[in-house]
Design a protein around this ligand. Structure first.
Ligand code: MIC
Ligand code: SF4
Length: 755
């Protein structure tokens, strides 16, 4: 039986009436995304149509998922909200804090030891507030959610950008910062700007070496890292129906890399098969009863141009395997062109590692397809030239794959089986073969490949591909290996070819697991005590941020003008810093250390306007804070791309930065800034970015009349006394302006609770 089946049945019992009403008020047939959005309005039945990309709307998500690295801050905030229980079903998953080094049997016990304080904290807070707890080793949040909680037509939010993975089972699942999750856990509505809709029509059928991953690698190449911002991507067509549910999950997962709010697919037989295989026949039966409400209307899919804001068509029969990278997930290269492009760009051809797994590509189907390649290598006497690492997505997958002999196939190629956890995908990788900053190449089936992400080395060129391509490339040891045409030399000196991969959508003997790693919370957690040691270097209770003084901000100094790509990995690096995710002051020592200073092109080296000296960003900012001088961060396009980590907003806030002024924001980061009482604004005229100089002072002249839809005016005073007056836009609505005034959204919740 599925978890929370009563909640799911309730959603299905209301869906017909709500969707019918939505059709009536909008006066048109509906996409799946609209059906899910309109059937999850906080106010219940829809009474008006909303303007996409414009109206802020209050929603009522069905459930919440949090992972260990973000849950700490989310729960520290929730603890202040004064509630007894989380208002909707919520789970916490321990997956990010486990380092990959020698393999699961050593790494997991070692992580449990080194992070016991944090795991104990998360377990006791979960127990206290009625939250389900998935222990370290149970699996990666999104795979565990897909296997246990996702359901067609549902809406969930999660404190991780890849929450969108659950779109593979027809959900609208959205990544948020912890403060957004706190709203919903506290029984309040969740607000989102009504998204735009991008339709992707999939024709044809995947075959040979091409996999679902290639669909999203192609889409990323088309849309780029910001092309999906503010939009839901909805996939449809015969090609969509012919794909497995986990394949659909892979496509949705990496939709985060184009900035999409989420991605989804209509309910179909692949989803039904997956639900039944994962012990949720009850959900499948309930979904079947309302199936026409769990997919887009026929008229929509017949004439998508009329109903979506943008339509992309991809013929799966013609799609080629791709590798995307390095350093950005949208640099898409069909494998047939990789040799040429790698040479032109001087990308190292020899591949050191092939890594398979992560939250996006660790399904049974993925493992069987990759294993079919690995098996051939052994049978054809080809020794793998690169090292292999595997991160199974969950204990259920791992146990089943071990039972069915799949893991053994990889072990025969000397692969290391890491813990069912994020591991190298988030820099939790103690890589033994390369130290320092040597230039090298790795390929993986993860989703992100920003600079330094996997191993901290800025010169590691990471390429993203399907698990089967990663397997083939790791065996050949060459980035330019095209298995559709190239041969390999085996140990007997013979030229051999790798046959096309084959796989199994679901395990023929069913999934199995001994201990899935789940701990249910007690019925009444009121007597559970949550302890935070005041001496702890990893956990720190939060102090409320100061409210706004109601005055125009003046005399603010430039902290850094960030050049080019500035992702959340640049603003608040992960890897070794994950250990401080529950301690705001300590993690603030990584604030913006990866951002490139536009004035000297160095990282973590900025000029202090107090001393005239150059120093690290956090140290410089702490001096401004001590001196009571407000500061401004300036950035380029898509600032805050990537993770949902609200640390990227809380750290500058904690250190005294008041304003982030950029050309454009990534969605989650912009909301995170607002929630934490920061001023996140954009240049009205993008080229004003070029006016900003190293010794600038900023004076806001009309912040006192801060109001929705009204641009702000800033006087930028340069060192020589000359001035530029510029306009900045913002997207704050009235309630969000209240967050700013109160100092944070949480301050406002506390005030309302106290009243
Ligand atoms: C990521 O893939 O970048 C992460 C680590 O999962 C983040 C969450 C985090 O920073 O903890 C995400 O995607 O939101
Ligand atoms: Fe973990 Fe990587 Fe997935 Fe983020 S993208 S949840 S770090 S596996």
């Amino acid at each position: 039986m599925a978890y929370d089946i009563d909640m799911i049945k309730k959603v299905y019992s209301q869906i017909a009436e709500r969707v019918d009403k939505a059709r009536e008020v909008t006066g048109k047939p509906l996409t799946l995304s609209e059906k899910i959005l309109y059937s999850h309005l906080w106010d219940g039945n829809p009474s008006q149509g909303f303007t996409r990309g414009k109206d802020y709307v209050e929603f009522s998500p069905d459930r919440i998922a949090c992972q260990d690295a973000t849950a700490q801050m989310a729960l520290l905030q929730f603890m202040q909200a004064g509630k007894k229980q989380a208002a909707v079903p919520t789970t916490v998953h321990c997956d990010h804090l486990i380092q990959a080094k020698l393999g699961a049997q050593f790494d997991l016990p070692s992580a449990k030891k080194s992070s016991d304080e944090v795991f104990d904290f998360l377990e006791s807070v979960s127990n206290k507030y009625g939250i389900g707890f998935w222990k370290p080793g149970a699996g990666i949040i999104h795979q565990v959610v897909l296997e246990n909680y996702a359901f067609p037509g549902g809406m969930m939010i999660g404190t991780d950008s890849h929450t969108v993975n659950a779109g593979g089972l027809g959900m609208v699942a959205i990544g948020v910062g912890g403060a957004d999750a706190v709203d919903v856990m506290a029984g309040m509505p969740w607000e989102l700007k009504f998204p735009k809709l991008i339709g992707v029509k999939l024709t044809g059928k995947l075959s040979g070496w091409t996999a679902p991953k290639d669909v999203i690698l192609k889409v990323a190449g088309i849309l780029t890292v910001k092309g999906g911002t503010g939009a839901i991507i909805e996939y449809f067509g015969e090609g969509a129906r012919s794909m497995s549910a986990t394949g659909k999950g892979t496509i949705c997962n990496m939709g985060a890399e184009v900035g999409a709010t989420t991605s989804t697919f209509g309910y179909d037989e692949s989803m039904e098969r997956y639900l039944r295989a994962t012990n949720r026949a009850d959900v499948a039966d309930a979904a079947n009863d309302v199936r026409e409400y769990l997919t887009g209307d026929d008229e929509v899919y017949a004439n998508p141009e009329q109903y979506f804001d943008e339509v992309i068509e991809i013929n799966l029969s013609e799609l080629k395997p791709h590798l995307n990278g390095p350093f950005t997930p949208d640099l898409a290269t069909p494998i047939t062109e990789m040799g040429k492009k790698a040479k032109e760009n001087d990308w190292p051809i020899n591949v050191d590692w092939g890594l398979i797994g992560s939250c996006t590509n660790s399904s049974y189907e993925d493992l069987t397809r990759a294993a079919s390649i690995a098996k051939q290598a052994v049978a054809k006497k080809v020794k793998a030239k690169s090292d292999f690492g595997i991160n199974p997505g969950s204990e259920t997958i791992r146990y089943t794959a071990e039972r069915d002999g799949l893991l053994q196939i990889f072990e025969d190629l000397d692969a290391t089986i890491f813990t069912n956890a994020c591991g190298p995908c988030i820099g939790q990788w103690d890589r033994s073969d390369r130290k320092g900053e040597e230039k090298n190449t790795i390929v993986h089936s993860f989703n992100r490949n920003f600079s330094k992400r996997a191993d901290g080395n800025p010169n590691t060129h990471a390429f993203v591909g399907s698990p089967e391509m990663v397997a083939a490339i790791a065996i050949s040891g060459r980035l330019d290996f095209d298995p559709t045409t190239d041969t390999l030399m085996n140990e007997d000196g013979e030229e051999v070819r790798l046959d096309e991969p084959t796989g199994l959508e679901l395990p023929p003997k069913g999934f199995d697991v001994e201990d899935p790693g789940y701990l249910a919370p007690t019925e009444d957690g009121s007597s559970v005590e949550v302890k935070v040691n005041p001496q702890s270097e990893r956990l720190q209770l939060l102090e409320p941020f100061e409210p706004w003084d109601g005055k125009n901000l003046t005399g603010a100094k430039l902290l850094i003008k960030a050049f080019g790509k500035c992702t959340t990995d640049h603003i608040s690096m992960a890897g070794p810093w994950l250990r401080f995710r529950g301690h705001l002051d300590n993690i603030s020592n990584n604030c913006l250390i990866g951002a490139v200073n536009a004035f000297n092109m160095k990282t973590n080296f900025v000029k202090s306007q107090i001393t005239g000296e150059y120093d690290a960003v956090p140290a410089t900012q702490r001096k401004y804070k001590d001196a009571g001088i407000p500061t401004v961060v300036v950035g380029d396009h898509n600032y805050g791309e990537g993770s949902s980590r609200e640390h990227a907003a809380m750290e500058p806030r904690h250190l005294g930065v008041k304003v982030v002024l950029v050309k454009s924001f990534a969605r989650i980061h912009e909301t995170n800034l607002k929630k934490q009482g920061m001023l996140g604004i954009t240049f009205d005229n993008e080229s004003d970015y070029d006016l900003i100089q190293e010794d600038d002072t900023f004076n806001f002249t009309d912040l006192e009349s801060f109001a929705p839809d009204k641009p702000l005016t800033i006087e930028v005073v340069h060192a020589d006394g000359s001035k530029d007056v510029i306009k900045a836009n913002h997207t704050y609505n009235q309630p969000q302006i209240e967050w700013f005034k109160e100092g944070s959204a949480l301050n406002l919740i506390k005030k309302q609770n106290a009243a």
